[in-house]
Design a binder for this molecule. Structure first.
Ligand code: ADP
Length: 152
């Protein structure tokens, strides 16, 4: 069984993340979306909200599971028996950043990181842009899955 962990903050999940998870689900038997908990970081949405947005967005996709975690992603991979980490690439900055993390993870474990190139129509989307638009009263409908818009 080929399992991949897709780690991130997902504050909130965007159409960019959604696209990578959907495409990842066609390559792997299971995608575990893992929301990292970092006590030092301030989030716009609570952990419960971030988890619920992703669960709702993938309620009809049995291959996608959502969990939260603290600590190293490679330790989580071991715990979940996942041999792969899935990441998305948008631009050269993502590549440089991801390259360092992937090499580090590879030096500490046997975990392979698999990269999917962002789709053209979601390549410009990031959670930080979504938060900026929201803070300034803008409309994020086109940037995020409906579950984020349906916040209760
Ligand atoms: P982090 O908090 O680690 O930056 P994010 O939640 O922003 O994590 O992103 C998690 C993963 O999703 C990363 O691999 C990131 O490159 C990828 N990602 C984010 N936005 C997009 C997008 N628009 N297209 C493709 N991948 C994306």
């Amino acid at each position: 069984m080929k399992k991949a962990i897709f780690p991130g903050s997902f504050d909130p999940i965007t159409n960019g993340h959604y696209d990578i998870i959907k495409r990842g689900a066609s390559l792997f038997d299971e995608i575990i979306v893992a929301i990292g908990v970092n006590a030092e970081k301030k989030y716009m949405y609570t952990l419960e909200e971030r988890k619920r947005f992703i669960e709702e967005a993938f309620k009809d996709e049995p291959k996608v599971k959502v969990i939260t975690y603290k600590g190293l992603t490679i330790d989580l991979c071991q715990k979940e028996k996942a041999d792969f980490i899935l990441r998305g690439l948008r631009n050269p900055a993502d590549f440089e950043f991801e390259k360092a993390i992937a090499h580090t993870n590879r030096s500490l474990s046997k975990i392979e990181t698999v990269f999917l190139l962002t789709s053209a129509r979601t390549s410009y989307i990031s959670s930080s842009i979504v938060r900026d638009v929201l803070r300034n009263g803008g409309d994020i409908t086109k940037l995020v899955p409906p579950s984020v818009m349906n916040k209760k």
